[in-house]
Design a protein around this ligand. Structure first.
Ligand code: CP
Length: 348
């Protein structure tokens, strides 16, 4: 029998989960991640985060620029006692010279978790196909699951008096983006009332609507898609996102003409929603396009808490997805290896 020569502790795929979309997880599992976020945020507040990622590495692939996702994963790995490795497509063979599946296999022999921000979902799915470590989707053209953990956590931190998550009414205004797709899925999974408000041409696809409908049936949420901005009346949270993203630059003029000025989340739209309405945006935001500086800096804005909670989410995700696969050796085993290596080195 050919014995495996690998030293990787994570080649056993049993129980392996990837975080490609929140829809792959139950509400109870997502709640576990939120609970872990709370504990880690509380610990960080007093510089008491345990070294739960010590000796571990997250390999981070970025096909697109990023401020929040990159910095939050790097900082999270450091705070937890581990390391983050930045890998741009200029540095590694990503789907050229080497298949995505082989890249996933090779990185799995060297790092403990892979995080990838990619142009198209197929790239992160291809990495995950043969990876034997968890693969985290750090944004693709379709979805943005790590952002959603930060968003739901931020909503939880700012719940109106007497309300639970499933009492919230959340409206997304604009195009069906990776953020809004994921938001629609997670809000309905947490039993909320969700509205997508934007021109009909830019509403959610049938595939996303199907998943949202499944969530409403299972978890009691509800959703509506409308082009009528007055639908935001009485909503607790208004969410905006850029009207165009990487790969949509050639649609920029058409998109801006379609969305502006009606769908800008400015003070006029916040007033339609009412005095209870809070504002969220994953950032980066464009002043005077999808929102305004006045709203971003206003008392109702949660955007910087939301940004900070990217770090809260990444700490929890690194721990949640690796703790079962990379447990440290017992003290006896560690001592015996140390003694053997020390004896060898002393004899040199
Ligand atoms: N919201 C978000 O993903 O930000 P970055 O593009 O800066 O990572």
């Amino acid at each position: 029998m050919k014995l495996p020569s690998s030293t990787a502790t994570n080649l056993n795929k049993s129980g392996l989960r990837h975080f490609l979309k929140t829809q792959d997880f139950t509400r109870a599992e997502l709640t576990e991640i939120l609970d872990l976020m709370k504990m880690l945020k509380d610990a960080r507040r007093v510089n008491a985060v345990p070294p739960l990622f010590a000796g571990k590495t997250v390999g981070m692939i970025f096909e697109q620029p990023s401020t929040r996702t990159r910095v939050s994963f790097e900082a999270a790995a450091t705070i937890l006692g581990g390391h983050a490795q930045f890998l741009s497509p200029n540095d590694i063979h990503l789907g050229s010279k080497e298949s995505l599946e082989d890249t996933g296999r090779v990185l799995s022999r060297m790092v403990d978790v892979i995080m990838a921000r990619v142009d198209v979902h197929e790239t992160v799915a291809g990495l995950a196909k043969e990876a034997s470590v968890p693969v985290i989707n750090g944004l693709c053209d379709w979805l943005h699951p790590t952002q959603m953990m930060a968003d739901i956590f931020t909503m939880q931190e700012h719940l109106p008096e007497g309300k639970q998550l499933d009492d919230l009414k959340v409206a997304f205004i604009g195009d069906a983006t990776n953020v809004s797709n994921e938001l629609a899925m997670i809000c309905t999974k947490f039993g909320m009332e969700y509205a997508h408000v934007g021109p009909k041409k830019y509403h959610m696809t049938e595939e996303i609507v199907g998943m949202v409908e499944d969530n409403c049936k299972e978890y009691g949420g509800s959703f509506v898609m409308t082009d009528d901005i007055n639908a935001v009346k009485g909503f607790d949270i208004l969410v905006a996102d850029s009207f165009y993203w990487f790969g949509q630059e050639d649609e920029k003029e058409e998109r801006l003409a379609t969305f502006m000025p009606e769908y800008i989340v400015d003070q006029r739209l916040m007033d339609i929603a009412g005095p209870q309405a809070m504002f969220m945006h994953c950032l980066p935001a464009n002043d005077k396009r999808e929102t305004t500086r006045e709203v971003m800096d206003g008392d109702s804005s949660l955007i910087f808490d939301e940004a900070e909670n990217r770090l809260t989410a990444q700490m929890a995700l690194l721990v949640y997805f690796t703790h079962q696969h990379t447990k440290p050796a017992s003290e006896d085993v560690a001592a015996s290896h140390k003694a053997k290596i020390d004896d060898f080195l002393n004899a040199l």
